[in-house]
Write a protein that binds this ligand. Structure first.
Ligand code: FES
Ligand code: FES
Length: 153
């Protein structure tokens, strides 16, 4: 079945079953491999994208549930001023180690700061708690988020 999706500001038409996870569509159909597969069960956050700005686990999001909502992936986050600032903070704090979880981390961090300009430590921990990093970059992630938040208007 054909579905129209708005991804990173561009319309795409994909021909897949309605219960296909959005993650599969992004990676396997559209070749947008920045969004990662980790657990496939909404437990790790590696697959996080934004749907109408909300951080969303694309591994459990059926393509037929997306409708006309705007999907944003890591490929486009740097085009947003806030996303670019967060990416710079990530580099300044040398956050990534193996890097596998980091696109999901950045998507969650961007959604956090878009809705909360100056989050407290507890709010950062709460917003990021669903993003698992097997390399243990959590302290650097917190510092990078605080750094980006300080430059938040
Ligand atoms: S792959 Fe989606 S939360 Fe782990
Ligand atoms: S940087 Fe390796 S899993 Fe997070």
């Amino acid at each position: 079945m054909a579905f129209k999706l708005k991804i990173n500001g561009t319309d795409h038409s994909v021909d897949v079953d309605g219960d296909t996870p959005l993650l599969w569509v992004l990676r396997d159909v559209l070749g947008m491999t920045g969004t990662k597969f980790g657990c496939g069960m909404a437990l790790c956050g590696a697959c996080t994208v934004h749907i109408d700005g909300a951080p969303t686990r694309s591994c459990i999001t059926q393509v037929d549930s997306v409708g006309v909502a705007a999907v944003t992936t890591i490929e486009a986050i740097g085009a947003m001023q806030l996303g670019a600032r967060i990416q710079k903070a990530w580099l300044d704090h040398e956050v990534p180690q193996c890097g596998y979880c980091q696109s999901g981390q950045i998507m969650s961090a961007t959604a956090l700061l878009a809705g909360n300009k100056r989050p407290t430590d507890a709010e950062i921990d709460d917003a990021m708690s669903g993003n698992i990093c097997r390399c243990g970059t959590y302290q650097r992630i917190r510092q990078a988020i605080k750094d980006a938040a300080q430059q938040n208007g």
